[in-house]
Design a protein around this ligand. Structure first.
Ligand code: BES
Ligand code: ZN
Ligand code: ZN
Length: 488
């Protein structure tokens, strides 16, 4: 999205975007809006030319000075029930209508929505994420770009802050959408270096396959070595504060075929998205880095491809993790927890204030929560989750606390042949088992595990974006980090 902060309502031929509440007659800007419609706003609502119900968009026209202008009116519902989130979603909805109609310039009449700082940020954010142009390799598709004008002067910095946050989310989405023949550990690292290597306060280090083997990262090595495209363990430090770091760990399986525990043909489709945890961690980092936020964050990304090959993992193998635990691999398709085990061990070396991992980890979490809620697990109390749940509510990303206790830990240890096993091959409780597996590597550090298997993609178009990769949890976790309660 492009912003034109200089022009106003009258000096262009742009479309005009207005918000109309059900109780529009009582609104302080009624007269101004009414004037747009030659004193016929009420009649236009009565005739259904303008809808006031939340998120209903209608286009009509108005004569401004001497020119005929297109007007997009979005309903905002009752002003008493209007929240920041509802305004944000109404914006996304109207932007998507502009995209559908191929409108190139639109002037937002912000007085009819809100002049609050949060709304200005929402314009920048939604301008990016609601209009996300999905990666595609079609011959003749031009990406859509909208130019936004404002009916009056606004604080540009707020709009641009929202835009930066939106661009970071779209950066993650692009990574997730890229086909697995193009995005694999080596090329993933190239893209990370391109994005972050010349940014202030950022340091990147990469361990390749050989180093992983030599240094004893037996879990990620054993998963990734079964592919022609070798694994990488990437650490990115962003140190812009003297506090202990927040560690963000991402599952970056660039393709999950299941390995020798091969997925059925339908289960394999979409497994390019199995690196969305890593992609979304990069989105969180990019949001913080681009806005020069004063935080200390270390991101650890476990990049590997889970394939079938002569030296790939086989069910029955026992491998030794970086932290020394022996692991029986009973199912090669439970590869995410393996790579995360070594990545969490790496995160621990930074003595973080908190570890958070993000992973498209289990089909079981989808069975439990569906495709619009992320499952969260912790080794801390329910109380500890209060603040992250608050952030998730604030930004409108659903998060649901799921259990993990000693019974899951016992199940993880229930093997005669090794310290732990990666799957007990039972069809129930798989998300809690997987969480308990990862907890074997946290060394008692406060830890949150986000299972985003159901939420890494939107299943349908919605105000936050099209049916494509979602960038889920970026907004929640950035808000949570900036709130800073992990240091209390
Ligand atoms: N990447 C999958 C989980 C997944 C499934 C993500 C569906 C998105 C949609 C993960 O590696 C996996 O295969 N998990 C297995 C674990 C099982 C073998 C213990 C699963 O959930 O079936
Ligand atoms: Zn798998
Ligand atoms: Zn996987």
């Amino acid at each position: 999205m492009i912003f034109d902060f200089k022009s106003n309502l009258n000096d262009s031929n742009s479309a005009i975007v207005i918000g109309v509440t059900e109780d529009f007659k009582e609104n302080k800007n009624f007269e101004e809006l009414d004037a747009l419609f030659n004193g016929k706003l009420e009649a236009a609502v009565e005739a259904g030319i303008i809808q006031t119900k939340l998120n209903k968009v209608e286009s009509s026209s108005a004569v401004l000075q001497t020119s005929l202008r297109k007007v997009y009116a979005v309903g905002l519902g009752n002003s008493k029930d209007l929240t920041e989130l509802k305004l944000q979603e109404a914006l996304g909805t109207v932007f998507q209508t502009l995209k559908k109609d191929k409108v190139e310039d639109a002037c937002i009449h912000i007085d009819s929505f809100s002049t609050e700082e949060s709304f200005l940020k929402a314009i920048g954010l939604m301008g990016e994420i609601s209009l996300y142009n999905q990666v595609n390799y079609k011959k003749d598709v031009e990406p859509y770009e909208l130019t936004i004008l404002f009916n009056k002067e606004v604080d540009e910095s707020k709009v641009l802050e929202g835009k930066l946050a939106g661009e970071a989310i779209n950066f993650s989405r692009d990574l997730s959408e890229t086909p697995p023949n193009l995005l694999y550990p080596e090329t993933f690292v190239e893209l990370i270096e391109k994005e972050f290597s010349n940014k202030e306060n950022v340091k990147i280090s990469v361990k390749d396959d050989k180093t992983l083997k030599e240094e004893g990262y037996g879990l990620i090595h054993s998963v990734g070595d079964g592919s022609e495209r070798k694994p990488r363990l990437v650490t990115i430090e962003y140190k812009n504060s003297n506090k202990a770091p927040v560690a963000l760990v991402g599952k970056g399986i660039t393709y999950d075929s299941g390995g020798y525990s091969l997925k059925p043909r339908t289960g394999m489709v979409s497994m390019k998205y199995d690196m969305s945890g890593a992609a979304n961690v990069l989105g969180m980092l990019k949001t913080l880095v681009d806005q020069k936020k004063e935080v200390n964050v270390v991101a650890v990304l476990a990049l590997a491809e889970n394939m079938v090959k002569g030296n790939a993992n086989r069910p029955d193998d026992v491998v030794i993790a970086k932290n020394g635990l022996s692991v029986e691999i009973s199912n090669t398709d439970a590869e995410g927890r393996l790579v995360l085990g070594d990545a969490v061990t790496e995160a621990v070396t930074h003595e973080p204030a908190i570890i958070m991992d993000f992973a498209t980890l289990t089909g079981a979490v989808i069975g439990a929560l569906g495709e619009s809620r992320t499952g969260i697990f912790t080794n801390q109390s329910e109380e500890y989750l209060k603040d992250v749940l608050k952030s998730s509510k604030k930004v409108g990303e659903k998060l649901w606390h799921l259990p993990m206790d000693e019974s899951d830990e016992a199940a993880v240890k229930d093997t005669p042949i090794a310290d732990i096993l990666n799957s007990n091959l039972r069809p129930f409780g798989g998300a809690s088992f997987a969480a308990a597996f990862i907890n074997q590597f946290t060394e008692g550090y406060p830890w949150l595990h986000f299972d985003i298997a159901g939420t890494s993609q939107f299943t349908k178009n919605n105000p936050y974006g099209p049916k494509a990769a979602s960038g889920v949890m970026i907004r929640t976790v950035v808000d949570y980090i900036l709130e800073g309660s992990m240091y209390d």
